[in-house]
Ligand binder design. Structure first.
Ligand SMILES: C[S@@+](CC[C@H](N)C(=O)[O-])C[C@H]1O[C@@H](n2cnc3c(N)ncnc32)[C@H](O)[C@@H]1O
Length: 218
């Protein structure tokens, strides 16, 4: 999926992935990531204008999002009533509205030195937005950016005969192939997600599971 595809989705307002409340698996499992203390800096790759950013900002010192669509960032700032200071950063632009740091640019062009140290990563609808040809690059780059930080990662799974992604199904064996060498994978919860996904049902799905995974660096 090239960035033009996503720019067009935002321009046309075709953002069925956007939820009107924080994701239930984030709400249910964030405490499993940091049971005793809050994390300092959380990275949210491919963040859109997700309300998960708002959920996280109540719990951490700094929320760092990466998003290629200027429209998504503009809408997030407007909807949250925030005024940001913006400046160039690497090949992108960083918008600072404490505790948010939203990097407008291509995820693959954001480097670890530009990003700085990260204490945790939250991935919802980022890995599953990647076509198969980009998934191993995504996993490698995420690991480079995350350093020793654990990752809370939400995957979905469905019969690929029923629908063409995005979002793409990521079965357990594929997650293990992508991350297993560098991370210990723990399944935190698996839920039946079809009832909350009317749009995906209309696209042909008759079954859909959503899973929350904790990935700890080996
Ligand atoms: C499926 S949406 C998920 C957004 C958000 N995580 C959520 O849960 O609502 C994927 C987002 O990633 C952005 N995106 C896709 N490819 C990207 C890339 N290479 N670099 C930065 N952002 C990207 C898109 O613009 C889109 O907003």
């Amino acid at each position: 999926m090239q960035n033009d595809f996503w720019h067009e989705r935002w321009q046309l307002g075709q953002i069925g992935f956007h939820l009107t409340k924080p994701h239930p698996l984030l709400v249910g499992h964030w405490h499993n990531m940091f049971p005793t203390q809050s994390a300092g800096r959380v990275l949210v790759p491919l963040c859109g204008k997700s309300l998960d950013l708002v959920f996280l900002k109540e719990r951490v010192n700094s929320v760092v999002g990466i998003e290629c669509s200027p429209l998504a960032i503009q809408q997030f700032l407007e909807e949250q009533g925030l005024l940001a200071r913006s400046r160039p950063l690497g090949q992108g632009i960083v918008h600072e509205a404490s505790p948010y740091r939203l990097i407008e640019g291509d995820f693959f062009k954001v480097t670890a030195p530009l990003l700085g140290e990260i204490d945790a990563v939250y991935d919802r609808a980022a890995l599953v937005a990647m076509p198969e040809s980009r998934r191993s690059d995504y996993a490698r780059h995420l690991r480079d950016l995350a350093g020793q930080a654990p990752i809370l990662l939400i995957t979905i799974d469905y019969d690929p005969e029923q629908m063409m992604g995005p979002p793409f199904p990521i079965p357990q064996r594929e997650l293990e192939a992508l991350f297993g060498e560098n991370y210990r994978l723990t399944l935190l919860e698996e839920t039946d997600a079809l009832d909350e996904s009317a749009a995906l049902r209309r696209r042909g799905l008759t079954a859909l599971t959503e899973s929350a995974w904790r990935l700890d660096p080996r």
